[in-house]
Design a protein around this ligand. Structure first.
Ligand code: G3P
Length: 218
């Protein structure tokens, strides 16, 4: 499963890219606002740090406006992936951009039928928001399972499932078990994936026992 980093914070991206865990990056208008940075400056910096797809979301609501914004965003970097909302205008823009060889991430997906539409529109990625479904007492991972089953039923559906709105390591575990293609993970959750108290205790015990030997490797 690919890990995309879900942030517009270039410092977090640099740090996690150094671990080899940044197969791509996703941003959205809220994440850009949170960064307090100029959108195009941030995108250009992310491009230098990460080779994989960098999702940048349009803000126009009509297809023509989306395409104008997409052209400007694509001029920033070769690995820009255009993020489009799951609306009819977004799907029309998806088809045009996909046919033009552009990576497209259709976002704000909350149902299997929406995911089916995005795949039929040729989306590179579909972004189901699992955390926001959990927030309303709907199991977001059930949606990922449904989409995985539907996409696997048809050879012609080549859209990759990009699990978004991830809030915990459990989301990542379940996404991998289901066979999602990508998880886009907030930096804090990426860092927590490695944590286990028995690993910490086991290492401390190894080092304490080694110290008792009085030996050194170098
Ligand atoms: O990639 C989408 C993600 O940033 C949304 O997360 O926690 O605002 O639902 P959240």
């Amino acid at each position: 499963m690919k890990f995309f980093i879900d942030t517009a914070d270039i410092n977090d991206i640099r740090e996690l890219a150094a671990t080899g865990m940044a197969d791509g990056v996703t941003t959205n208008p809220s994440l850009v606002a949170k960064s307090g940075r100029d959108f195009f400056e941030v995108l250009a910096e992310i491009w230098y740090v990460v080779d994989g797809p960098v999702s940048a979301e349009v803000t126009a609501m009509e297809t023509d406006g989306m395409l104008v914004e997409a052209k400007k965003l694509r001029d920033v970097a070769s690995n820009v992936c255009i993020k489009l909302p799951l609306t009819w205008d977004g799907l029309k823009a998806c088809r045009v951009l996909t046919d033009d060889g552009c990576l497209v991430n259709v976002t704000l997906c909350f149902s299997a039928n929406q995911a089916l539409l995005a795949a039929k529109a040729g989306a590179t990625f579909i972004s189901p928001f699992v955390g926001r479904l959990d927030d309303i007492a709907v199991d977001g991972m059930d949606l990922i399972s449904d989409i995985r089953q539907i996409y696997d039923n048809y050879e012609g559906l080549n859209t990759e499932i990009l699990v978004a709105s991830i809030r915990s390591p459990e989301h990542v575990r379940q996404a991998a078990l289901i066979g999602a293609d990508v998880s886009t993970i907030p930096p804090k959750v990426v860092r927590s994936l490695i944590n286990h108290p028995l690993t910490d205790k086991g290492l401390a015990d190894f080092l304490a026992d080694w110290k008792k030997t009085g030996q050194k490797i170098v």
